[in-house]
Design a protein around this ligand. Structure first.
Ligand SMILES: [Zn+2]
Length: 648
């Protein structure tokens, strides 16, 4: 409640300073719908905080935007992933995910569920059956629903929240309520897309309007998606529960809704700092007060760069939760208008990992997960990968590096580079998220490789064209569930280039770009030995002849990708040459009439995806391997491990 008095005050001040009248109210954000609003939810729920259970009723209004009638409708019941060890989620993850693990599996409070109590449509109770596992429930509708028609389902259900190890659940006195309500799948063409909750994939849902009323114990502070609509008067007391208050919440043109509670003063009065017309609420862990300004700077830069590069963040609010340490599994997650982005209490090195990298990354999801909303089950890289690339670019513009000193600099995509090269060929980018070799390969394809592939595309197209490609893709495909074909089509149209070879090699392929200078040789040119003349053979002692010394250099293609690559050489006679090798054979030797003193493969940086820069250059003088070299080597070793943590 107090939080919104602060909000109202800031609003008054901002208006007084000439910020202009708002175009939104908490009950109505947009005059014109931004999305097709296919799946709309009206939810009422009561939380039993002590027992970590929730009772809910929801009205789902769903419109068939497919091309055929359907008489069935699947609901995601995501919390059933934590119902027991038989779920696909637990079997696939082994109870470990995203640097957290399941605690005390023998205790009932570690597990949770989402139990449907009743589903009614047009006055009739619906029957159904379990899908791939209990995280999907298929309902049989009383009649076929034609394209264009809207139906309303009345659903009652109850949740028990698990102890959090993957995104949703409780830890101590913190509760993250994500993936918490029965949620319809996506109907496309004449079929439903509604995968089970897998360990390595996230979500896919249609856009809509959410109106959510939560009855919560009044000691709790609430962080939530969207705006609160009943703050102007007073939060209502729950007439049925004297210790509860009802929070009424609203969101438009989003495809999910999440909230979290904690009985802390800092949660009842979150800091609010408006930036570029967006009310940003910060729920800070008291132990991290010191890094709050770092987190705020990261959020504001992410808002700024995304607006300059794609389009303005259109929602009126953004909520940033600094997840408590015991709830690490809930950290680094994105929901519409709400992110969990931890910070740190002690950070003498000022690495830009937390809060900067995580915060910028989770904010970036507002675009690629939130508004573009590709199918994360099937094409996770369109969200995670493009967003990781955005993170790298935004960090580079704001901070220049992840970690730097006078002697070295760790680039902002270094973890992705190291992650990619730790397992480059297991899966193509096109693999479904839950069908990759393992969790590590999921993280490589969704995050690391995708970032490198976009770097590669940028090197091909040039920065201005790439910026135009990304801007056009974001603007044209917002609220439309783009696929990789949409990305390719737009990139080709904007750049005027045929990208089929690039697509085959980097997006659909698993081969690597790995060229190296195998070695250079210098030989003395001598003449002499037995010469035949009319008088018979004559011996002359071999001695130096023109041009004196010659050189050669051998290039090797170690990877499967064949691309033309440039070699620059400088010879002892000071001559410089640029040669282009088509890379069709496994090796080639070039000969010169003077020894090679220096050589560089790909001197123009046309291939950011080239594996081994250490062996892409040659000098005849011995190399002194200084601190720069060794620090990169050490970072390279830890990079794969860090990537495996699946930050974000
Ligand atoms: Zn992410």
């Amino acid at each position: 409640m107090r939080r919104h008095m602060v909000a109202a005050l800031v609003l008054l001040v901002a208006t007084g300073l000439g910020a202009g009248p708002r175009t939104w109210t908490p009950e109505k954000w947009f005059d014109k719908a931004k999305s097709p609003r296919i799946a709309n939810y009206r939810i009422e729920a009561v939380l039993d905080f002590e027992h970590k259970t929730l009772e809910g009723t929801e009205t789902l209004s769903w419109r068939n935007t497919g091309t055929a009638p359907t008489q069935e409708l699947p609901l995601h019941l995501y919390l059933n992933a934590f119902k027991g060890p038989q779920s696909l989620f637990v079997k696939e993850s082994g109870g470990r995910l995203r640097s957290d693990h399941q605690d005390r599996p023998a205790e009932a409070s570690s597990w949770g569920y989402c139990r449907l109590l009743s589903v009614r449509m047009e006055g009739r109770e619906l029957q159904g059956h379990v899908g791939e596992d209990e995280t999907v429930h298929w309902l049989r509708l009383p009649r076929a629903v034609a394209p264009g028609e809207t139906i309303h389902l009345e659903i009652t259900w109850e949740n028990r929240y698990p102890k959090v190890f993957a995104r949703s659940g409780w830890a101590g006195d913190f509760l993250m309520s994500g993936q918490w309500f029965p949620k319809v799948g996506v109907y496309q063409g004449d079929r439903w897309n509604c995968h089970a909750y897998h360990a390595n994939t996230e979500f896919f849902a249609d856009f809509g309007v959410y109106d959510v009323a939560l009855s919560l114990p009044n000691a709790l502070g609430l962080a939530h998606t969207g705006t609160q609509t009943n703050f102007i008067t007073e939060i209502e007391k729950d007439p049925k529960r004297p210790l509860n208050v009802i929070w009424r919440l609203h969101a438009e043109d989003v495809h999910d809704f999440a909230w979290a509670v904690m009985p802390r003063e800092s949660w009842r009065k979150p800091a609010m700092h408006e930036y570029r017309g967006v009310q940003v609420f910060y729920y800070i862990d008291d132990r991290h007060r010191g890094s709050f300004q770092r987190q705020r700077r990261a959020v504001e830069n992410a808002l700024r760069w995304s607006e300059e590069w794609y389009f303005k963040y259109p929602y009126p609010t953004l909520t940033v939760i600094d997840t408590p340490e015991q709830a690490e599994g809930a950290d680094g997650m994105e929901y519409p208008t709400l992110i969990t982005a931890g910070s740190v209490g002690f950070d003498p090195l000022q690495r830009r990992l937390e809060p900067e990298q995580v915060t910028v990354h989770e904010f970036g999801h507002q675009f690629f997960y939130g508004m573009l909303a590709s199918n994360e089950f099937e094409e996770p890289w369109l969200d995670e990968g493009i967003n990781t690339w955005f993170t790298h670019k935004a960090l580079e513009r704001t901070y220049h590096s992840l970690l730097s000193s006078r002697r070295f600099r760790v680039s902002t995509d270094f973890l992705e580079w190291g992650g990619y090269w730790s397992l480059p060929s297991a899966d193509p980018l096109t693999r479904f998220g839950f069908k990759t070799l393992n969790a590590h390969s999921y993280s490589v394809t969704a995050y690391g490789k995708a970032t490198q592939v976009l770097n590669q595309l940028e090197a091909m197209l040039g920065r201005p064209v790439m910026e135009q490609v990304m801007r056009t893709y974001a603007q044209e495909m917002a609220f439309r569930h783009p696929t990789r074909q949409d990305f390719k089509r737009i990139a080709e149209r904007v750049s005027g280039r045929d990208l089929s070879a690039f697509w085959r090699d980097f997006v659909e392929g698993t081969e690597v770009l790995d060229y190296a200078i195998r070695g250079a040789r210098t030989q003395e040119v001598t003449q002499g030995g037995w010469l035949f003349s009319e008088k018979g053979p004559v011996f002359a002692a071999p001695q130096p002849a023109a041009p004196g010394r010659v050189g050669s250099i051998t290039l090797e293609r170690k990877g499967g990708l064949k691309v033309p690559i440039t070699l620059w050489v400088r010879l002892e006679n000071r001559e410089e040459q640029r040669l282009v090798w088509d890379g069709q054979d496994r090796w080639i030797t070039y000969e010169f009439n003077s020894p090679v003193v220096a050589a560089v493969l790909d001197p123009d940086g046309n291939y950011p995806m080239l594996k081994d820069r250490l062996h892409a250059s040659y000098t005849s003088k011995p190399v002194r391997r200084g601190f720069h070299y060794w620090s990169h080597l050490v970072w390279g070793t830890v990079a794969g491990w860090l990537q495996g943590c699946g930050i974000g």
